[in-house]
Design a protein around this ligand. Structure first.
Ligand SMILES: [Zn+2]
Length: 321
């Protein structure tokens, strides 16, 4: 049973938004595009595992995708967490292509692709950290400390996996082996005592409540100034930021395309690029409108949360999903 679905990571939405709103000759475009495709590959890898998780869609397995939990001023992030009454299983999903050499001696994984080599931190080390942090978290929240297991799932079925140490073959698996591994765990814990259902619920409820998505300014991360971002409302047909508001509609100065609600996606872009807090003035500047009453109307129509009075009103946009 899935308690938390996998969502498109915010970083993907942010990169898409910034790529739409930078001049095409901008020096960071290539870097941004490369990073976007890396994040997309990672997300596609995670999604591809869902097929192998289908047998677990029963009451006995509680599944939480993509959680980020604080403990002692640090965070631990887990791709997929599976809870049962007898044990907890962490899946760390890696979507790497080419040949991957796991090197236990130097705690690294070396990817060879198109004749090039690239080293990554050992995913087992990462997994160990997640296991330790989760155990600490359960302990500090006075929740039952179930046995915790972890697996690295290599989601790219075409990747060649090699390892110089036996412990990798126990912990690093292909998605096709997932059900076999779970069967092994089920057999291993067949006689083990179960925690009560309400205890397990307490764990998942607390995890969901403490989940804290990473909020990072994309402009800060890439050293891009606010002034470099193209303002305005975009025409879906000719892709120019040339929409003007007239008689309750947006009309394109370039191609005459008309839209009723093109401001919605512009406001989503604003939220992704500059954050959720916005004033009427900021909205007017971003949409290139010069009517405060129109700004107020757009906020009201979209039921945007507000606090403060008159000129000091601050609105809170909702993050797009
Ligand atoms: Zn147009």
């Amino acid at each position: 049973m899935i308690l938390k679905e996998r969502q498109v990571p915010e970083i993907i939405l942010k990169l898409q938004a910034i790529l739409e709103r930078l001049p095409i000759q901008h020096e960071k475009i290539i870097l941004l595009k490369n990073d976007l495709s890396k994040f997309q590959a990672g997300f596609n890898g995670e999604k591809s595992i869902d097929f192998y998780l289908q047998p677990l869609l029963t009451q006995d397995f509680l599944i939480l995708h993509d959680i980020r939990i604080p403990i002692n001023n640090q965070f631990f992030q887990i791709d997929t967490l599976i809870l049962t009454k007898k044990y907890i299983l962490i899946l760390e999903i890696k979507n790497l292509a080419g040949t991957i050499n796991f090197d236990g001696e130097f705690n690294q994984a070396v990817q060879t692709k198109n004749g090039k080599q690239k080293a990554f931190p050992d995913p087992l080390y990462q997994l160990n950290r997640q296991e330790t942090m989760l155990r600490k978290w359960l302990d500090s929240n006075q929740l039952p400390i179930l046995p915790i297991h972890g697996l690295v799932v290599m989601s790219n079925v075409n990747a060649v996996i090699r390892a110089n140490h036996e412990h990798f073959s126990q912990k690093v698996i292909r998605p096709t082996s997932l059900s076999k591994k779970i069967k092994e765990l089920e057999d291993y814990y067949i006689q083990a005592t179960e925690v009560q259902e309400k205890q397990l619920k307490k764990i998942t409820k607390r995890l969901l409540r403490m989940h804290t998505p990473l909020k990072q300014s994309i402009l800060d991360s890439y050293g891009i100034a606010k002034e470099e971002i193209i303002m305005g409302v975009c025409c879906e047909r000719c892709h120019k930021y040339a929409l003007k508001r007239r008689h309750g509609r947006w009309k394109c100065n370039g191609c005459s395309w008309v839209s009723k609600d093109a401001h919605k996606s512009a406001m989503n872009d604003y939220c992704l690029l500059f954050g959720e807090k916005i004033t009427s003035k900021e909205l007017q500047a971003f949409l290139k409108i010069d009517s405060p009453s129109l700004a107020t109307r757009l906020f009201r129509d979209l039921k945007v949360q507000r606090e403060g009075d008159k000129k000091s009103t601050i609105y809170t946009l909702e993050y797009p999903q």
